[in-house]
Design a protein around this ligand. Structure first.
Ligand SMILES: C=C(O[C@@H]1C=C(C(=O)O)C=C[C@H]1O)C(=O)O
Length: 180
């Protein structure tokens, strides 16, 4: 993590425009919100493997620097356009526990797992405008013809049996074309 991109995530999306703010603040399933606005919603998994978490995730996930975690990264599509890049992290030690279903998720939305189990609780959101100095920014921009200078992202912990999954959602410019 470069010094240009401090580790902090904020409890409110300060200076976010009204249109993106609507998406950032919504606590319902992002999958459902997009499905309601698109004739074809689909999930394109681009990475799912044991890997180190981002530096600014270690404290929240109680991970040591080089400790491996299961990292899942997907693009959420509205028809032929990617609208969200999502990055989720689960500690390796919890893959046989609460989150054992994650490895078999494939191209189903994680939201179908997280929002159908009443025992899963979502914690508060953290917000950040990512730029070129954050590792998620470069990966989120890989399918954009004209990468912007920054992208709004939010993240939150989902807890099950005291075990966390940290879900980060990076909102791509095309999300603003969906009607709110
Ligand atoms: C948490 C949700 O699941 C979405 C789907 C994800 C996935 O399939 O990996 C990750 C984050 C979310 O954008 C949701 O639908 O709200």
């Amino acid at each position: 993590m470069s010094a240009h991109q401090p580790l902090t995530w904020h409890p409110v999306p300060v200076n976010a425009a009204v249109n993106i703010r609507w998406w950032l603040l919504h606590r319902d399933s992002l999958t459902q919100l997009i499905q309601q606005r698109c004739s074809k919603f689909w999930v394109d998994p681009v990475f799912q493997s044991l890997a180190p978490a981002c530096t600014d995730e270690l404290v929240m996930m109680n991970l040591r620097d080089s400790e491996l975690a299961l990292v899942r990264e997907v693009y959420l599509y509205c028809n032929d356009t990617p609208v969200v890049f999502a990055h989720s992290v689960v500690a390796r030690k919890h893959l046989q526990g609460a989150w054992r279903g994650l490895s078999r998720l494939g191209n189903r939305s994680l939201g179908t797992l997280l929002f159908t189990n009443p025992l899963i609780k979502r914690a508060e959101f953290g917000y950040k405008q990512l730029n070129i100095h954050h590792p998620l920014f470069k990966r989120a921009c890989q399918r954009l013809q004209a990468p912007p200078l920054s992208l709004w992202a939010r993240r939150s912990l989902f807890m099950l049996q005291g075990q966390p999954i940290l879900v980060t959602e990076v909102f791509l410019p095309a999300i603003l074309r969906l009607k709110i």
